[in-house]
Design a protein around this ligand. Structure first.
Ligand SMILES: Nc1ncnc2c1ncn2[C@@H]1O[C@H](COP(=O)(O)OP(=O)(O)OP(=O)(O)O)[C@@H](O)[C@H]1O
Ligand SMILES: [Mg+2]
Length: 284
């Protein structure tokens, strides 16, 4: 089922002329992890804020569960958990007090101690958040999105600023949330996160969606499978890269492997990072 349908979405911030999001279309399927990718300033966070109804003055149509998003009352927020880009906490309250405060806004209440334990913050639950490190704030921000047992999670760069162990743990929690039937909409710059988590991704470039696809199809469409041969030439170690397609008929390749002493052979494929740059450029 299509959980979200976004049609002809266009948005300018109040009092400004510039269209930040320009006539975009995409769907989010129930039970998938959907990634919105794009360079800094492309409009990812703006799009997420529109989808969670923080920014309301948009043009176009957004349907949630087949009904106009604008027709929902506060019940919509019971379904949704949001992890914002910049962690916002009450610094003078403890971690637990922060969670309790926000938990009161919802009918459904998750087990807060269990959430704190899952991200390694249980032992720090009674410490003021003002004394937390950046990574601790990021982890607290993530579990705050889960306090109401949401069906749909919006996560804006949620692993930013985490060490690899904590990032891995949070990615596992996201994957488990999906396994339990949840849907995830995430924005990120980190292609590793995309490869590990996303079922589908959309690339946003200057407010427009330039491609929506599965990571696998993206690789088939834009990628190139290759083999890199290292061989010992007259003047030292050399390498050559060949495309895998038609390799058996590639005379240069055949000549190389029959005439030269081969040291290593490695197959490879275009990374999502390279496809990202191919699709939306690398200019700053
Ligand atoms: N409150 C605001 N008022 C006016 N313009 C804004 C506002 N917030 C964001 N913008 C502009 O909208 C554009 C898109 O910003 P947005 O935060 O959506 O980008 P992003 O893709 O999330 O970037 P990043 O990867 O850096 O987080 C930028 O040009 C930004 O300056
Ligand atoms: Mg952003």
């Amino acid at each position: 089922m299509k959980l979200y349908q976004i049609k002809n979405l266009t948005y300018s911030y109040p009092g400004t002329q510039k269209e930040i999001v320009k006539n975009i279309h995409f769907d989010v399927e129930e039970g998938e992890i959907f990634g919105l990718l794009g360079r800094s300033g492309a409009g990812k966070s703006t799009t997420q804020k529109i989808l969670v109804r923080l920014l309301r003055d948009f043009k176009g149509e957004i349907f949630y569960k087949g009904k106009d998003l604008k027709s929902y009352g506060n019940a919509f927020y019971e379904d949704v958990g949001v992890g914002f880009e910049m962690p916002v906490h009450f610094n003078k309250l403890t971690a637990k007090e922060n969670l309790v405060y926000f938990s009161k806004l919802y009918k459904s209440k998750a087990d807060l101690d269990s959430l704190l334990t899952q991200v390694g913050l249980y032992d720090y639950r009674n410490q003021n958040v003002g004394e937390f490190s950046k990574g601790m704030k990021v982890r607290l921000n993530f579990i705050r999105a889960l306090i109401n047992n949401p069906k749909l999670l919006f996560l804006d760069e949620v692993t930013n600023g985490l060490d690899p162990g904590n990032a891995k743990n949070i990615k596992k929690m996201i994957a488990d949330f999906r396994k339990g039937g949840g849907t995830v909409f995430l924005t990120t710059h980190l292609m590793n996160d995309v490869e590990e988590l996303c079922d589908r991704v959309a690339f946003l470039s200057e407010g427009k969606i330039v491609e929506t696809n599965t990571p696998r199809q993206l690789k088939l469409k834009y990628g190139r499978r290759t083999i890199k041969i290292e061989y010992r030439g007259k003047d030292g170690l050399k390498e050559k890269v060949f495309g895998l397609d038609g390799l058996g008929k590639n005379s240069e390749f055949i000549q190389l492997i029959t005439e030269q002493p081969i040291e290593t052979a490695h197959t490879g494929e275009t990374s999502l990072e390279e496809i990202f740059i191919q699709l939306i450029g690398d200019k700053l």
